[in-house]
Design a binder for this molecule. Sequence first.
Ligand code: GLA
Length: 305
Amino acid sequence: MVKKEAFGEFEKYTISNDGILVSVTTLGATLTDVCFKGKNRVLSYGSPEEYLARKSYLCAIIGRYANRIENAEFKLNGELLKVTPNENGNQLHGGPDAFDRREWKAEILDDNAVKFELFSPDGDNGYPGNLTATVIYSIFKDGFRITFEAESDKDTLFAPTTHAYWQIDGSDVRDDVLTFDSEKYLPVDERLIPTGAELETADAFDFRSPKKVGGFFDHCFLLREGSDRKTVPALTLTGRDVTMELFTDFPAVQMYTGPIDGFDDYAGLALEPEVVPNSPNMPGYESPVLKKGEKYSKFVEYRFK
Ligand code: GLA
């Protein structure tokens, strides 16, 4: 069933069945609730004003490019392009006024799915191409899926993510138990740009077997190549009364433990499925280029037990 209500000047859509309830607002196509066993498992604010005033991209859709682009520039088809910088001369999460702050247009598809659509004009935050992005939230028994689609009328970059902050236990996320299908992560410099090296997930970074999150992270984990991403979870997060499995066809996941604007330290855990940070300047990784007329499609799916 889908319920539509006002959320300040925006709208909120709640999709629910016997097992799961998911609410999404048209502000940023932001996830405000994921209720499983009667508890909300994501962090949320009470009003659109607070989402707009705070700085942590709380559970929003990030676009056009998730994570950082070094010096806010890259070459596309041999031409150097500049996009709008918003963090130390780099671009973070699509620029200063990006997809997370926009009003998306919602359409109820059926009892289990709502589609959010955003038109991003040519030149938006410096990116070429008139781009239409759609994000579909759909639920099934004990889980939900986010489907990202897009099309542009010029070659451009498109590499979104969901910036959900999980608080599956309602307590310190360092105590959550994590398993990551990842054998490598990307070390970063002081501006949080990958250095170009890949390190093996050893010690604190080794989540190949279940282990407590333990401490601070703001790192990109490369997902193991060759795993069937429809059946093998990229990661599993376990609290006292719930286990969440994340499936995705993105090649990497950024794990970020905060600080989170408006919350206590370690109140939530961001697990952002995405291409690798700065990929427009990192040949050898999955390209974030979306060709003119090409249909973009990626998914992230969550299953709860
Ligand atoms: C991502 C980044 C972090 C931080 C958050 C938003 O997770 O990797 O450095 O910018 O987004 O607060």
